[in-house]
Ligand binder design. Sequence first.
Ligand SMILES: Nc1ncnc2c1ncn2[C@@H]1O[C@H](COP(=O)(O)OP(=O)(O)OP(=O)(O)O)[C@@H](O)[C@H]1O
Ligand SMILES: [Mg+2]
Length: 162
Amino acid sequence: MAINSKKSLLDSKRKLVAKYDPKSPISEQYRTIRTNILFSSVDEEIRSIMVTSSGPGEGKSTTTANLAVVFAQQGKTVLLVDADLRKPTVHYTFKLTNTLGLTSVLTNQKDLMEAVNKTDENNLYVLSSGPIPPNPSELLGSKAMQLFLEQALEEFDLIIFD
Ligand SMILES: Nc1ncnc2c1ncn2[C@@H]1O[C@H](COP(=O)(O)OP(=O)(O)OP(=O)(O)O)[C@@H](O)[C@H]1O
Ligand SMILES: [Mg+2]
């Protein structure tokens, strides 16, 4: 079972349908979500999005990663941030190591742009979670997180949080 679940975590082709099968009806649905998000705010440009849900395993990470892909495909520079410090999976989806990431930036061990990874999707950049701290919610609610967002908004058109 453990091997199976690890395998499914690593199966990024199935997860990143918007990247690997852009013509599929599922990818079209992600583009519809993209359009709906863009039209949800008329006067102000949307610069950051957080995807969350009430329970575990409801498809947050899958949705977030595919949304990040379709926004990047539209030409926006997108930073996908793995802010799920309880169960980070973005590094599996994009086949990255997770030795440094968001937590390294928040604790001032790395600069934002040193911790960000370029992906092979044009315009799409990824920041994995980094090592999991004992106090995740404290870190996410910190002043450092606010500064992080401000800095990220200077570098990217859109920040998407898992
Ligand atoms: N729309 C969907 N329909 C069917 N299965 C899905 C859908 N979205 C995701 N899944 C599958 O459900 C499982 C959980 O998805 P995912 O990891 O995206 O959820 P999550 O909400 O991020 O979970 P967690 O709470 O553990 O972070 C995965 O195996 C994924 O492939
Ligand atoms: Mg998840």
